[in-house]
Design a protein around this ligand. Sequence first.
Ligand SMILES: C[S@@+](CC[C@H](N)C(=O)[O-])C[C@H]1O[C@@H](n2cnc3c(N)ncnc32)[C@H](O)[C@@H]1O
Length: 228
Amino acid sequence: MNFQRASIVALILVAGLLTGCRAHVAAPSATNATSDIATEYDLVYAITHARMSTAPSPFLVASVRGEHRGQTALDVGAGSGRNTFYLARHGYQVTAVDLSRIGLDLIRAQAEAEHLPIATVNQDINAFPFGKDQWNLIVLIDFPFAYRGLLPKIAAGVKPGGEVVIQAVSVAQPGLESPDKMLHYTFMDRRDLDAPFAGFTVLHNSEDEEPTVWGVKAIMVRYSALKP
Ligand SMILES: C[S@@+](CC[C@H](N)C(=O)[O-])C[C@H]1O[C@@H](n2cnc3c(N)ncnc32)[C@H](O)[C@@H]1O
């Protein structure tokens, strides 16, 4: 992306974010290039981070309580780290994976300031090695991108007794677009969770209208489960 385009996108993004990312009629779905996602979120975090809420997802807070010192957590698409920090402050050694270098820079700076046990990985999550029975907790929160291929990897990667926490805008929600319409969101069909997490003990499985990180309400899938 050249500087002129980046400036225009930045202006549109700021306008969109400041006006609360109004909902529009959905564009036809398309595949996002990872470079476009990285550019867009770099701009979001560079320009709006100071005004963005750093509060963790309320669903994550309700799902993960207590001290987890010595346990490992993977934050998929961690962004600028609002959920990563919540987990690290509760004792988890967190690995935060994201395409946005700027988001991860913000995470590293705060982690150093607070001496929190956080590792950052600037990588396409589709190429990330989740491993097998490796993580005490894997979270996928507000990741409006291709997610189906990640679910079996999340199921395999979490340890027996470990937990998965997933939150995403539902396919039942009509028409939320990225502020500059550059990215095409992929929303979640909660039936997609059944096969990958078959045999897990489901702790929570809901689809209700909730406030979102975008500043508007939307129908959200919320799911958490324990691996046997
Ligand atoms: C809406 S933000 C949510 C960030 C964070 N989970 C939160 O709840 O605040 C989505 C994040 O997913 C990241 N992302 C999108 N596609 C990705 C991919 N293929 N690999 C890694 N990160 C990705 C974006 O860069 C962005 O930071």
